[in-house]
Design a protein around this ligand. Structure first.
Ligand code: PLP
Length: 394
């Protein structure tokens, strides 16, 4: 059949023929819609046997989900448009009813706190914010009998390391789902499912992607727990785009070697910062002075990629000026990049918490969080201490 130019413009060049080549780097499939020669195949695809419509499933997302599930040691994984979408979906999958209870970290990521606060308020669910490293917390969970318990593997921003085994045991004793946001160590630093988590959540925007060029989130769990999340995602539509999935998978290829180097650099930076008379305290789970050092040795592979410190005698204005004095490290409100990202915790990750919530969590105005990059670690230390020296009152 001969085709007019308008028809050619719409249909020509839409199928590769005659090649058996398998690309080493997977192809990017931006198609939101797929068509089939056979109506039976289309029918099957709409039942989930193949790719029909990208809100249901899409090839680049499938590849990423397979890779993350393998890294987490999980049966299955489902990917989302962001880490927050992943956290929201896990919450929604629990079937909360008015009067139910949720336990979450008092000292965790401020945006998660606000999201869960809003979701709980809308449903009449009681939110209990507890310090997950407090030795009394497992007993409190048994008393509260919540429907869900959320912990972070390494808390954001104070880098406390809860004993997931004790929290998992307490949660399971009362039938609660135990969810762990394992973004800070990544699955290389800790496989949360190995320590009793029912769900391991990642903001892939951080270490898994590793280059700050794509947002994303994942939930990994048993096949039985992932199936309802996958169905809910079709309705909610909070899917990851193909380009983001592709970039994240490319970043993930180097995750183990990157994480080893990030942790080695972080340990070096923490040791050297500890000698500075300008700092009140240096927080790093790999240092013997860290309150959870013993737990960290058992639960983390290395001391992790994050360091935090409190500068002597400064408040918010000086902390802000400190950020402007950095010459190598970047004052960016995130973590997980190949370059060092530095953040003033109270005004960034804890920004959405109230002043009272920050005080209860122990987040002070002189607290700086560092996502240690792959630059020379001595250059990182000198940049940080050089900027501190500019603002500290002597
Ligand atoms: N969980 C933690 C521990 C985080 O630090 C963040 C973001 O900073 C998130 C979840 C949210 O992830 P996203 O920004 O991909 O929505």
């Amino acid at each position: 059949m001969s085709k007019k130019q308008k028809t050619v413009a719409v249909h020509a060049g839409s199928r590769l023929t005659g090649s058996k080549a398998v690309p080493v780097s997977p192809a990017i499939y931006p198609a939101a819609v797929n068509w089939f020669d056979s109506s039976d195949d289309l029918d099957g695809a709409l039942d989930g046997k193949d790719y029909a419509y990208a809100r249901i499933s899409a090839p680049n997302t499938t590849l990423l989900e397979e890779a993350v599930a393998a890294l987490e040691g999980a049966d299955a994984c489902v990917a989302y448009a962001s880490g927050m979408a992943a956290l929201r979906s896990v919450f929604e999958a629990q079937g909360f009813r008015p009067g139910d209870r949720l336990v979450m970290p008092a000292d965790g990521y401020g945006v998660t706190r606000l999201l869960y606060k809003n979701l709980c308020a809308a449903l009449g669910v009681e939110l209990h914010a507890l310090l997950m490293t407090d030795a009394r917390t497992p007993e409190r969970i048994r008393e509260l009998k919540p429907r869900m318990v959320l912990s972070e593997s390494i808390t954001n921003p104070l880098l406390r390391v809860p004993d997931l085994r004790a929290l998992a045991k307490a949660s399971h004793d009362v039938g609660a789902a135990f969810v762990v946001d394992a973004t800070f160590p990544s699955p290389v630093g800790q496989r949360a499912l190995d320590f009793g988590a029912d769900y391991a959540v990642q903001s892939t925007s951080k270490w898994l992607n590793g280059h700050s060029d794509a947002l994303g989130g994942t939930v990994s769990a048993s096949a039985a727990r992932i199936a309802p999340l996958r169905s809910a995602r079709i309705l909610a539509g909070d899917v990851l785009g193909p380009f983001e999935a592709w970039l994240t998978l490319r970043g993930l290829r180097t995750l183990p070697v990157r994480m080893k180097a990030h942790a080695e650099h972080a340990a070096h930076v923490a040791r050297r910062l500890s000698d500075s008379p300008l700092l009140e305290r240096v927080i790093y789970p790999g240092l013997p002075s860290h309150p959870d050092h013993a737990v960290a040795k058992e639960l983390l592979n290395g001391g992790g990629p994050m360091v935090a410190f409190e500068v002597k005698g400064i408040g918010r204005p000086e902390s802000m000026r400190f950020l402007e004095h950095l010459r190598i490290c970047k004052p960016g409100p995130s973590l997980g990049d190949v370059c060092t990202l530095v953040m003033h915790a109270a005004s960034a990750s804890a920004r959405r918490m109230t002043a009272e919530e920050r005080a209860a969590a122990g987040i002070q105005e002189n607290l700086i969080r560092v996502s240690v990059g792959l630059e020379d670690p001595d250059d990182i230390v000198e940049d940080l201490l050089g900027a501190v020296a500019q603002v500290v009152r002597r």
